[in-house]
Design a protein around this ligand. Sequence first.
Ligand SMILES: *Cc1c(COP(=O)(O)O)cnc(C)c1O
Length: 287
Amino acid sequence: MLGAGRRLPEGRSLVTWAGEHQAVLGAARELELEGKPVVILPTDRRGLADLSLVPAEAGLISLGLANNELGTVQPVAQVAALAQARRALLHLDCCQGPRWLRPPLELVDLASFSGAKLGAGPGGLLYGRQEVRLEPLVYGGPQEWGRRAGREDVGSALAVAAALSICAERRGEEVERIADLSDRLLAALNDAGGELTGGEPRLPNYATAVFSQRRGEDLLLALDGAGIAASSGSACASGSLDPSHVLLAAGYTLEAALGSLRLTAGYETTATEVDCAVETLRRVLRR
Ligand SMILES: *Cc1c(COP(=O)(O)O)cnc(C)c1O
């Protein structure tokens, strides 16, 4: 996204949303420091991008396939149509979602994937249409058609490719099973007095809520003690006691944002584990 942003033509801006991941917002901030026009738009309560506000001078639009804290799936086809109408490039942050949804690469100019989120280690993958020109982030040799200097990281490339093949094989058969498990987690959060967050369409493995009278940190500690790994806000910002910028962008109060809880399931999650998590949630949230 940064590499395309540095090539924005005069008078065109980067457009993104306040609920995007720090990986995108930090790059947006850098572009702004470099003097490029940057527009950060609000999301609705579910975390959905508000498309009505995309300005005419948009030159690069960056959006997540799904929001990493709320699991909300963004309307990619509509954004792609809008980008085309504006003659803007579309970058899709696909770090969340490929386990459950086929990333619609045919609709986008650039897409980024995180190996870590796919169980493939710290490498990543950037998809781009051949004609999209990027300013390299690292200067040096002409490797990878001048887009990324330095020796190719073959190990990471193979690991990410293998992980994406596994996603393509498994997502069809897993979606329904995982959605059933998440529904049980959502019901447990709701029964315990949580206000469910996110909304449809959501990734099938997300169960999120806010508990205004509680601190997310306390809930995490109690759940962790019982062997349940949950998160409050973004795992990438864990250790920080700041409220989640995603929930604030979606209009939640500071108090609610500090009491957020997120439970996600994976291909490996079993029904027995979810039963156990539901029991633990009941016990911890009753206290
Ligand atoms: C995790 C994540 C990133 C960053 O990926 P890293 O590989 O950790 O740098 C970017 N966007 C979203 C939506 C994410 O969930």
